[in-house]
Ligand binder design. Structure first.
Ligand code: ADP
Length: 414
């Protein structure tokens, strides 16, 4: 069974073809600059063998056609009939989806209704889904949502202290993102610890260009740091994370900032880039800090301190913590940041072994032998998680074709 995983952006389309019999990635690739000058497709087979072709990709339909041609031309599949199913990453499922969903007209309509919540993401995701359905009309497709895992949060965690009508009428609430990753690494943590997932209190730290923290209690998300949008929470590469909202109104009142300028400032010029003035990439910041750059050092400290505070907060929210998980680019590779984050947290039982903590990009328990809390590095794999969800949903569907349990039981907005 071969599953094609698709992640569509406004001018890009990333894909992986995964053989689900052995979970091997047969090929992965990227169509970029779709609809722009200089569009191209590149593909890697068996993690090496990279091929790049500059070709006109006028729209996402052409990108998908090109992807399938490349998969067949390179001999990875004989024809598109070998693609058993397609798993689509969809950023926002709003309050409509609490799980992944088998795509049909009703699901498409519901995803379209979520576009208003994430126009920059859901719009392109929808274009990708429609293009795929046109080209592969008989292939079942599944939508896997970044928000779905967080739908178990209680209202005390997701309601902002604004007039309640803003939630009721506009859907303004915390949704949370990176859900596919948080769920994947939290479930892996249970496997690594040889414990039942639904008995554990886990804090997962997805630390990459975008970063978010999630509290997972007894197998369900109970809180998360990103909010109505992925701008909330900890400081990130270029995003500011949580700041006093009066800063925003002040910039409008006194400095003539408008919405576009604010979006640019808060999303692209802030975070560790804004603090350091050097880079959004933690490798550059590490290097600069080692050479004595004080603002790079400050940026690393601000980031680590904010993550530390979330871990403490979520331990309090869950009434304890059994495992702490680090994942994504920084979480998996940056031993210095992990060390800064957990420093001084012995009082909750978090203690890491400096030598084990030097590990990069591998699944490993880095806690001291007697630490009460297990600290784990678990590489995330969102594409595999999407492919697994796709297979699992198709199998369930075979047994109960009427199962629509991915729609949230009740829409809470009323
Ligand atoms: P994205 O959110 O775009 O998927 P990543 O998860 O790749 O981002 O995270 C990007 C960050 O992770 C960068 O700040 C970079 O410094 C760090 N990072 C990624 N890969 C490595 C690596 N192999 N070694 C050290 N740091 C890395």
């Amino acid at each position: 069974m071969k599953v094609l995983v698709i992640n569509t952006g406004s001018s890009s389309l990333k894909y992986q073809l995964i053989d689900m019999n052995n979970e091997k990635v047969l090929a992965k690739g990227l169509c970029d600059r779709i609809g722009l000058d200089g569009s191209f497709i590149k593909q890697t087979i068996n993690s090496c063998n990279e091929f790049k072709k500059e070709t006109k990709l006028n729209n996402h339909n052409e990108a998908i056609m090109e992807t399938i041609s490349l998969l067949t031309d390179s001999g990875i599949i004989k024809s598109m009939d070998e693609i058993t199913a397609v798993g689509h990453r969809v950023v926002h499922g709003g309050e409509k989806f609490c799980k992944s969903a088998l795509i049909d007209e009703e699901v498409i309509k519901a995803i379209e209704e979520c576009i208003i919540l994430a126009p920059l993401h859901n719009g392109p995701n929808m274009v990708g889904i429609k293009a795929c359905r046109e080209i592969l009309p008989n292939v079942p497709m599944v939508a896997v949502f970044d928000t779905a895992f967080h739908q178990t949060m209680p209202d005390k965690a997701f309601i902002y202290a604004l007039p309640y009508s803003f939630y009721q009428e506009k859907g303004i609430r915390r949704y949370g993102f990176h859900g596919t990753s948080h769920k994947y690494v939290a479930q892996r943590a249970a496997v690594v610890l040889n414990k039942q997932f639904n008995t554990l209190k886990i804090v997962t730290c997805h630390l990459g260009n975008g970063s978010s923290i999630c509290a997972v209690k007894n197998g369900a998300a109970v809180d998360t740091s990103m909010g109505y949008t992925p701008l909330d929470g900890v400081a990130m590469g270029t995003r500011c994370g949580s700041i006093d909202p009066a800063i925003v109104t002040g910039l409008i009142e006194h400095d003539n900032y408008n919405a576009a300028m604010l979006n640019d400032l808060l999303n692209k010029k802030s975070g560790v880039l804004g603090i350091s003035g050097i880079s959004s990439d933690f490798r550059d910041l590490d290097e600069a800090a080692k050479k004595g750059c004080e603002r790079a050092e400050l940026a690393l400290n601000v980031f680590s301190y904010q993550v530390k505070k979330y871990i403490g907060a979520y331990a309090a929210a869950m009434g304890g913590i059994d495992a702490l998980v680090f994942t994504a680019g920084i979480g998996e590779n940056n031993s210095d940041i992990r060390k800064r984050i957990v420093e001084g947290m012995e009082f909750v039982g978090i203690e890491i072994d400096d030598e084990k903590n030097q590990a990069r990009g591998i699944e490993i328990d880095v806690s001291k032998p007697n630490a009460k809390v297990k600290t784990l590095i678990i590489p995330t794999n969102e594409e595999l998680a999407i492919a697994r969800e796709t297979v699992s949903l198709l199998n369930n569907f075979k047994h109960d074709s009427a199962d629509k349990s991915y729609f949230c039981e009740k829409e809470r907005v009323h």
